[in-house]
Design a protein around this ligand. Structure first.
Ligand code: NDP
Length: 481
């Protein structure tokens, strides 16, 4: 291994690194395919042990004053910021994403979540309900043990986005990163411990789908929060239902980005590029169906074709690189198959194509129709499908004609139209004259098949806690017998 990212051990249980007793889990650098770490999966016994340890540790953590829990998260955020460079390099090795991105978008976003929920801790309260002589109050209580299951595109951000609201509410967590990107969550476990988190409150197990499935049905697990694809979401939701467990599902999408004639073309092109090519297109909320009104279509496509030439594909550790490799050959193969299907079904390439090896260049289809596979299915790669439209009503109907409902964007200078259109789009997270910005202050989540629950913002607290109602009798008890 010339690039060595070997952690102390594969798992983190009860406040210490523990070696996995399951199958081998090699970690490959997507750019070169070289093995940068050699991990082992958790055995079934270790998954159960991690959940038991979490369940044992959780009550004492929940008994602390919320501000004390908040301070631990705030300290963790500070440690992440101090080590951002080293952590971002590891993220780049784990995911293949350009260092230019990981330095600003991954651990930094995780730090923001820890900072936000750490700061929120002391202000989370219940309600006092006056009832005349009597009264009632509510307590917001933790759920217990939360299982977090992550995807490979933003592994450390996903771990932080799930851990921060869960931990601040007094829950414990057992987190399983994607088998493709197992390294960041282990760093988060170390950092949280260093920040003062008690042993056993944040645990990491590694493994493939069976490990995720074991977590979703473990008797000690009270909630499952998954970031992944819609098919996996269906399975995990069903498995969690058997134990009446709470769920958060952050799943896939095929989101519309609607550009009206009066839009600022330069900004609309910037947004469409970010919404399709950032992280080599491996982003759930991407605006992959770009609807262009007839009057702006040609100018938009001309400028897009020009600006795609500025994309620098190459070594992810080179700070000048803006376009990295795809996570693994299997995913690259799926993207290439999608590109081939677009061509077979009659769409035309404005730029890009299948590329070579680990790289797929920014690819833009024109002359696509709503029925084509490239317009209907999530590709999870740098592939933009552009579609023409005439009027507002038509584009709203077409934008909503999908089972997905994660995100949507509208570009127009007409404010009334912007809000009118957004109100009719079936999506959980929307942008006007912007795209894919997900500040921690704003709830993030989906409608329809793209999931349920919300991450980020105070709204996430509701998904990592439950309400207890307490009626307080202040006088005697009247009874008819
Ligand atoms: P997958 O659905 O394949 O996997 C997600 C996670 O679930 C992985 O850790 C995976 O393990 C695990 N898993 C797979 N099968 C099961 C199962 N039966 N029970 C429990 N856990 C299981 O998604 P990808 O990792 O391929 O990520 C890409 C998908 O994630 C895309 O659809 C994308 O849109 C979506 N996504 C959604 C986001 C959102 O916030 N809405 C953000 C990022 C991505 P393993 O990888 O080891 O197989």
């Amino acid at each position: 291994m010339t690039l060595n990212a070997q952690p102390a051990a594969s798992l983190f249980i009860g406040g210490r690194p523990v070696e996995g007793e399951g199958g081998a889990l090699p970690v490959l650098y997507p750019y070169t395919g070289e093995e940068i770490a050699s991990l082992r999966e958790a055995s079934a016994g270790q998954v159960a042990e991690a959940c038991r340890v979490a369940a044992r540790a959780q009550p004492a953590w929940a008994a602390l004053a919320p501000a004390e829990r908040g301070r631990v998260l705030s300290r963790a955020a500070a440690i992440i910021r101090e080590r951002n460079e080293e952590l971002s390099r590891l993220e780049t090795l784990d995911t293949g994403k350009p260092i230019q991105e990981t330095l600003v978008a991954d651990w930094e976003s995780g730090a923001q979540a820890l900072e936000f929920f750490g700061g929120l801790a002391a202000s989370i309260t219940g309600q006092m309900i006056p009832l005349g002589r009597d009264w009632a109050y509510t307590r917001r209580e933790p759920l217990g043990v939360c299982a977090g299951i992550g995807a490979w595109n933003y592994p450390s951000q996903i771990a932080c986005w799930k851990a921060a609201p869960a931990l601040v509410m007094g829950n414990a967590m057992v987190f399983k990163p994607s088998e493709e990107t197992p390294l960041g969550a282990l760093k988060l476990a170390e950092i949280l411990l260093e920040a003062g988190l008690p042993a056993g409150i944040f645990n990491v197990v590694q493994g493939r789908a069976e490990v995720g499935a074991a977590l979703a049905t473990d008797p000690n697990v009270d909630k499952v929060s998954l970031t992944g694809s819609v098919p996996t979401g269906r399975k995990v939701y069903a498995a969690a239902a058997e134990g009446m467990r709470h769920v958060t599902m952050e799943l896939g999408g095929k989101s519309p980005l609607i550009v009206f004639d009066d839009a600022n073309p330069e900004h609309a092109v910037s947004a469409a590029m970010l919404a399709n090519f950032y992280s080599s297109g491996q982003i759930c909320s991407n605006g992959t169906r770009v609807f262009l009104q007839e009057g702006i279509r040609d100018a938009f496509l001309d400028r897009l074709a020009e600006r795609v030439r500025n994309v620098r594909m190459g070594d992810p550790l080179d700070p000048a690189t803006t376009h990295g490799p795809i996570i693994n050959p299997a995913q690259a193969g799926k993207i290439r198959a999608a590109i081939a299907s677009g061509l077979e079904q009659g769409a035309r390439l404005l730029c890009g194509g299948p590329g070579e090896g680990a790289f797929i260049p920014p690819t833009v289809f024109t002359d696509a129709s709503d029925e084509m596979t490239i317009t209907r299915d999530e590709i999870f790669g740098p592939v933009m499908t552009t579609l023409g439209f005439h009027d507002e009503e038509e584009v709203i109907t077409r934008a909503n004609a999908t089972g997905f409902g994660l995100a949507a964007g509208v570009f127009t200078q007409d404010l009334t139209r912007a809000h009118r259109v957004i109100a009719q789009l079936q999506a959980g997270t929307c942008w006007i004259n912007s795209y894919n910005l997900t500040p921690v202050e704003m709830p993030f989540g989906a409608v329809k098949q793209s999931g349920l629950g919300r991450e980020n913002s105070a709204a996430a607290i509701e998904h990592y806690s439950q309400l207890k109602s307490v009626y307080v009798g202040m006088g005697g008890v009247d009874a008819p017998y």
